[in-house]
Design a protein around this ligand. Structure first.
Ligand code: HEM
Ligand code: SF4
Length: 512
């Protein structure tokens, strides 16, 4: 079966350049690129095909690329974190890393001449960034406390790794899945609190019992775009744990071969499901799988409100704890990364985990080491008990590094939230998500309050503004929020947020 669609006369420019030369082909040309430098590279190789290797040309910082890794379930070893810290350190002030809402890391400041060496060093510690951008499957997410959560149902770590290995040929690159119609997200939840935001993935596996066997119900088609946002819908399928890889590949193959490619605004999986109808789509998947699908279990096991894992929690292993550290808007510098590697080695079991809330978990800390761990200076920066609004703040990259951005996000988000935390007592965290443009990478639709960057006119001038979303619910019975207010100038935002927090989220002005 072909994995490269034949471009028609009406094919869009992405389909044309993919058909001319597969994205992954640039892997063989890296040494050449390193020698000639970014300015002499073919434009499509530089700005598009390099993304098949996880290397992103950033027009805001030309010559300083961003690198997006793959970290299934968001797990990083201390040795891996050190290698990443060294990479980032090389670029001084330009070097930093962001924890993303797919439990992933994006590194900044990378130069093309260093990429071959960087890839060698990453390989030596088992890291890959392959197929992490463009029309590929993104980082596979799973519960950040898989294997250590006393209440988990399924430890999904190996499953997430196995799905990644199948799709990427164990990190070497797999031409069978390098030309999807569009990007593709997969999440595997083994927890009771839907820690992966199942509803916004193209495929989500959520734990469910069928005749006493613990497997997964399957949801499909969740996605956001500037024009359309859809929560994933049930495929009416239940699979045993050992069928997760095969079903993922079958769905991907149907999507690859049948997915709509003419218009990139209408090429995510849900559009194919709409086109075929769910029954027909399911039948195509069965055909690809080579066996009938079992109907979904009557209920899934997502029963809890979503946890944020910040603070100290007992693990299922006796005498051990995991500690969630709050990383403001997910931004890490080289020294932070070295420090995280060190504390994971000194107190834990050399493991660091990332959450979709852009925070860090250090697992496997013995009871006897807790007290001394809590005296570590890094906890001054990365608190285990942050103020309630800061605690649940999430932000996409925004104008500092992203050319699509209509507004600055991360620094502004932190500035406003610090003021609001100082002014208001909030009885519980309020999940405020910032995203710099309608592409919605910061997921404003899943937030209690979502802020989506736009431009507005005020006093005859164009200024940075946001559309305000509300009503997103995560965890059990997750649902997407909707836009409540449009074109609010960022300079007028703080009092509006303050009012929303008081009226809708039980916040009280301090000192009353
Ligand atoms: C046409 C639509 C989109 C475009 C052009 C786009 C573009 C980008 C770019 C340029 C970045 C990297 C920015 C940087 O840090 O330098 C990014 C990151 C990211 N975007 Fe988007 N995006 C789109 C839609 C979405 C949607 C709908 C989601 C999901 C809600 C999403 C989720 C993410 C995530 C999670 C990251 C961080 C990297 C990762 O973990 O995969 N994006 N996106
Ligand atoms: S939402 Fe827009 S500004 Fe933010 S990372 Fe995505 S593309 Fe860039």
């Amino acid at each position: 079966m072909s994995n490269v669609a034949t471009p028609t006369a009406s094919a869009n420019k992405f389909e044309k350049f993919k058909a001319e030369k597969d994205g992954l082909a640039v892997k063989a040309e890296l040494e050449k690129f390193a020698q000639i430098g970014w300015e002499a590279m073919d434009e499509i190789d530089r700005e598009h095909r390099l993304k098949w290797l996880g290397i992103f040309f950033r027009p805001v910082t030309p010559g300083k690329f961003m690198m997006r890794l793959r970290l299934p379930t968001g797990i990083v070893t201390s040795a891996q974190m050190r290698v990443l810290a060294e990479i980032v350190q090389r670029y001084g002030e330009d070097g930093s890393a962001d924890i993303t809402t797919r439990q992933n890391l994006q590194l900044r400041g990378i130069r093309i001449e260093d990429v071959p060496d960087i890839f060698q060093r990453m390989k030596s510690v088992g890291l890959t960034s392959v197929q992490s951008g463009m029309d590929n499957v993104r980082n596979i997410t799973g519960s950040p406390v898989a294997g250590i959560d006393a209440d988990e149902l399924i430890d999904t770590r190996e499953l997430a790794q196995a799905v990644q290995d199948a799709i990427t040929n164990c990190g070497e690159g797999n031409p069978a899945f390098t030309n999807l119609p569009r990007k593709f997200n997969i999440a595997i939840a083994g927890c009771r609190d839907n820690s992966v935001h199942a509803e916004i993935n193209d495929i989500a596996f959520v734990p469910a019992y069928q005749n006493g066997i613990l497997g997964f119900n399957v949801l499909v088609g969740g996605f956001f775009s500037a024009k359309r946002c859809e929560a994933a819908i049930p495929l009416n399928a239940w699979v045993e744990q050992n069928q997760v890889v095969a079903l993922s590949l079958a769905i991907l193959t149907v999507y690859r071969d049948r997915g709509l490619r003419r218009n990139r605004q209408q090429s995510r999986l849900m559009w194919l499901i709409d086109d075929l109808g769910l029954e027909q789509f399911r039948a195509e998947v069965e055909k690809e799988l080579g066996s009938p699908l079992v109907a979904a279990a009557p209920k899934d096991e997502i029963e809890w409100e979503k946890r944020d894992h910040i603070g100290i929690y007992a693990q299922k292993q006796p005498n051990l704890n995991y500690i969630g550290l709050h990383i403001p808007v997910g931004r890490l510098f080289a020294q932070d990364m070295f420090d995280l590697a060190r504390i994971a080695e000194v107190y834990g079991d050399r493991e660091i985990r990332l959450t979709v809330e852009q925070n860090v978990i250090i697992p496997h800390i013995p009871n006897s080491r807790l007290e001394i761990f809590l005296q570590e200076p890094i906890l001054q920066r990365f608190s285990i008990n942050p103020d309630p609004l800061k605690r649940a703040l999430v932000s996409c990259t925004g104008a500092q590094f992203c050319n699509f951005a209509l507004i600055e996000t991360k620094n502004r988000a932190l500035g406003i939230i610090q003021q609001l935390d100082a002014e208001l007592s909030c009885p519980h965290p309020v999940r405020i998500h910032w995203t710099g443009c309608p592409n919605s990478c910061g997921q404003p639709q899943v937030a209690d309050i979502g802020l989506l960057g736009t431009k507005a006119r005020k006093d005859g001038k164009t200024i940075e503004a946001v559309d305000i979303y509300m009503g997103g619910k995560v965890g059990k019975d997750a649902k997407l929020g909707s836009c409540m207010m449009k074109n609010v100038p960022c300079e007028d935002l703080k009092p509006i947020l303050r009012r929303l927090l008081i009226e809708h989220f039980d916040a009280q002005p301090k000192g009353l």
